[in-house]
Write a protein that binds this ligand. Structure first.
Ligand SMILES: *Cc1c(COP(=O)(O)O)cnc(C)c1O
Length: 406
């Protein structure tokens, strides 16, 4: 092999250069290594005790013993895995039970499981819509929705984020199409913004469009009984398709789902590629998810505690002079505006025993850098106070940004 002329050599050199570029621009994402199970408090690999304020563990279930025990019971009864896709020999009673329980919880006719919500979104559009149809998508929708839309031949219309006037313009632009579907995240994870589903459903009625929501940051705790953003906005029964994850509030392992009318789900079982060509969900995850849904249907205690913790944290952080994106969601974006400051802030907080993440361009718009806090039902007041204290100290050391003049 002649290394100099070998184009494979160039391939690897190109990758090295690309990675170096990411590092130089401060865009390289290192991975924090935890030595414990997920929870309100974790130990880092080097033995540092940290209050965890950046997990999607909204209800605190990821590290709960009773959830793991429910998984262990299913593991015992149904085994480790199926070595099959669903339609060959990968469907057990527990998969059907979970699909029925999810449909009931969400208020839909039926439900289909996937290995991840990324797959649910990736496989939902192509079997249901074609070039005669229109998909009208919020500009800030999750990457998996964007990829799913790309795999489908329908014409894409994009409306400005959360902008109902522009949504209406796009609905008018799509007027000639056969089927129209409006697609939005129920809650947007960078800002904690809640989609205006009441207005979206009214516009959908006016223009005879279907509505799809991605409930990954909502299922289990949004709305009076935790059903999701559709309950929060009182539009249960007016949403055509709901996608969501088992990997966040509902226990944190992995797995996703699509919930909708029977004929939608039946068609997805026939045609959705990530369902047809990927392995069935492990039965232990089904067992734990069933136990979680059962608990959440009996009591709103966890959801209530999450919202109480969130109000407390938002209020106290505001008192310290931080600029927080207003709202009610447990995603609390603390605005620092400057990318380097956001990095430094997250690092200083880590030293002070608080785990959180800084986000800057291109994940959020230029000049909108921030650290994002995610409150959990499992945070004790003492842990929240520890985080607030660290925020104050780091704020004094690094300077708390005031809202910039506009
Ligand atoms: C996390 C997330 C997903 C992906 O969920 P997985 O089950 O982890 O694949 C999809 N959509 C949104 C809005 C998310 O936040």
């Amino acid at each position: 092999m002649n290394a100099v002329n070998d184009s494979r050599q160039n391939f690897y050199a190109g990758l090295q250069q690309g990675l170096e570029g990411l590092r130089e621009q401060g865009l390289f994402k290192p991975e924090r290594v935890l030595a414990t199970r997920q929870g309100a408090e974790v130990l880092s690999e080097d033995g540092r005790k940290l209050v965890n304020m950046c997990a999607n563990n909204y209800l605190g279930l990821a590290g709960e013993a009773w959830v793991a025990q429910a998984a262990a019971k299913a593991l015992d009864q149904y085994g480790y895995g199926l070595s099959s896709v669903r339609f060959i020999c990968g469907t057990q009673t527990i998969h059907k039970q979970l699909e029925a329980a999810l449909a009931k919880f969400l208020g839909t006719e039926d439900c289909i499981l996937y290995a991840a919500a990324f797959d649910a979104n990736g496989g939902v559009f192509e079997p249901l819509f074609d070039e005669n149809d229109a998909i009208i998508s919020d500009a800030l929708n999750h990457a998996s929705i964007i990829d799913g839309v790309r795999l489908c031949k329908a014409e894409r219309f994009r409306y400005q984020h959360n902008n109902m006037a522009d949504l209406e313009v796009q609905l008018q632009a799509a007027a000639g199409k056969r089927n129209k579907i409006i697609v939005t995240d129920g809650v947007f994870s960078m800002d904690g913004t809640v989609a205006q589903l009441d207005k979206i459903c009214d516009l959908a009625d006016k223009y005879q469009a279907l509505v799809m929501i991605d409930e990954c940051h909502a299922t289990g705790f949004m709305g009076r009984t935790g059903r999701g953003t559709h309950e929060h906005h009182d539009v249960m029964g007016r949403i055509d398709i709901i996608t969501g994850t088992l990997g966040k509030a509902l226990g944190g392992a992995m797995g996703g789902f699509t919930a909708a009318k029977k004929e939608v789900i039946e068609m997805l079982r026939q045609r959705s590629r990530p369902y047809l060509f990927s392995n069935t969900l492990a039965p232990s995850i089904c067992g734990a998810s069933l136990a979680v849904l059962n608990k959440l249907s009996q009591t709103t205690e966890l959801r209530d505690r999450l919202h109480a913790n969130t109000s407390y944290f938002r209020r106290e952080l505001g008192k310290l002079g931080f600029v927080i994106k207003p709202g009610m969601h447990p995603v609390v974006p603390v605005m620092l505006y400057d990318a380097q400051l956001a990095q430094k802030y997250a690092q200083r907080m880590y030293e002070l025993g608080i785990l959180l993440t800084g986000f800057s361009y291109p994940v959020v718009p230029m000049g909108q850098a921030r650290v994002r806090v995610q409150v959990s039902a499992s945070h004790s007041l003492e842990q929240l106070d520890r985080a607030l204290h660290a925020f104050k100290q780091a704020g004094q050391e690094l300077g708390i940004p005031k809202k910039p003049e506009v």
